[in-house]
Design a protein around this ligand. Structure first.
Ligand SMILES: NC(=O)c1ccc[n+]([C@@H]2O[C@H](COP(=O)([O-])OP(=O)(O)OC[C@H]3O[C@@H](n4cnc5c(N)ncnc54)[C@H](OP(=O)(O)O)[C@@H]3O)[C@@H](O)[C@H]2O)c1
Length: 317
């Protein structure tokens, strides 16, 4: 399996299994099957509400000797309701307990925007249905993440959905450079500028929604383009004897971007892994780059009025 070298010295497999929206009843089998196919990287998060099932899958495959713990790369993410520095370590411990692991390979701040802590609610709301924000500075959250790394509970730390301004503040004000920034990347949102910025700063990039997230929980609108049915992608796929999904994943890998397609369907889990036996030529890469329409699938509208809302135009603080 091809991997990228993180600035911490650890290798991160360039392909991983995504687990957002993966049904609790299906995700354990999906994880087990993925590990049997050869996947060695799992992308998880507290707010996906399925860490226990993912952990059970990992445990089974360690017990039956398909993999050893040190052979797999597990990423998890700190949810927005635990941004206060004193909440960071307990949140990680809960995640480790759910996954039945002693350490994570990579722990990310899921979003720069914090929410108040109200029990286990992912999106705590007031009586008018507005999300209750917490203005903890993500720089302070990051410093608490650094402590987790020092303690050996996580091997690498990183961020997710951070813009260039926000990363730059971390670089200026903190001592650990993020190992990874995970954000949305696919042929309709190619993200050149942020990808280049991160890669120049030795921050590896993970691209989420690499297949266009056809199962987005808020549903597809009638005029939303369906990535995997895009004629340009299908044409490249036909000529390469591959599927549109495989082309979309290969497109990321050839840009040295880590791809984390989600599937709970065995044939697709296997298909998404079979992307290391072909190449997209320069012209194909150019054609896909030109498909960019800057359309974002996950704009996190619930937090658009937050002080640190990442997608504000001409962002500054
Ligand atoms: N950091 C963040 O804020 C953030 C945000 C979004 C996502 N993520 C991570 O990125 C992962 C991937 O993104 P995503 O889940 O949003 O979307 P995605 O991977 O782009 O798409 C998932 C959808 O594609 C289907 N699919 C998978 N392989 C396929 C294939 N070969 N052919 C046709 N359809 C296929 C899946 O169906 P089945 O499952 O039914 O097979 C599912 O409906 C997430 O699971 C999560 O781990 C992170």
């Amino acid at each position: 399996m091809q991997s990228v070298k993180l600035n911490t010295g650890y290798d991160m497999p360039i392909l991983g299994l995504g687990t957002w929206k993966s049904d609790k009843k299906k995700v354990q089998k999906a994880v087990e099957y993925a590990l049997e196919c050869g996947y060695r990287h799992l992308d998880c998060a507290y707010c996906y509400l399925n860490e226990e099932e993912v952990g059970a899958g990992i445990k089974n495959k360690i017990n039956d000797k398909t993999v050893k713990r040190e052979d797999i790369f597990v990423t998890d993410k700190l949810w927005c309701n635990s941004h206060k520095p004193e909440d960071v370590r307990p949140a990680l411990m809960k995640t480790l307990e759910s996954l039945q692991l002693e350490y994570l390979d990579l722990y990310l701040i899921h979003w720069p925007m914090g929410f108040q802590k109200r029990g286990t609610e992912a999106f705590p709301k007031d009586e008018n249905g507005k999300v209750l924000f917490d203005d903890t500075d993500y720089v302070d959250t990051w410093k608490a993440m650094e402590d987790l790394q020092k303690e050996g509970l996580v091997r690498s730390i990183g961020v997710s959905n951070f813009n260039q301004f926000q990363i730059n503040r971390i670089l200026k004000e903190c001592s650990v450079i993020p190992a990874v920034n995970q954000f949305e990347i696919h042929p309709y949102l190619t993200g050149e500028s942020l990808v280049n910025y991160c890669q120049e700063k030795c921050i590896e990039v993970t691209g989420y929604c690499p297949l266009g997230c056809g199962d987005r929980p808020w549903g597809m609108k009638a005029d939303d383009p369906v990535l995997l049915k895009d004629p340009k992608l299908l044409e490249i796929a036909a000529k390469s004897n591959k599927t549109a999904a495989q082309v979309a994943l290969r497109y990321l890998v050839q840009r040295n971007i880590i791809a984390i397609p989600k599937s709970v369907t065995p044939e697709r889990i296997l298909q998404n892994f079979q992307i290391f036996d072909f190449n997209l030529c320069k012209d194909d890469m150019k054609t896909i780059n030109k498909m960019n329409t800057n359309s974002r699938i996950c704009p996190m509208p619930e937090a658009s009025e937050h002080k640190y809302y990442v997608f504000r135009e001409n962002y500054s603080e």
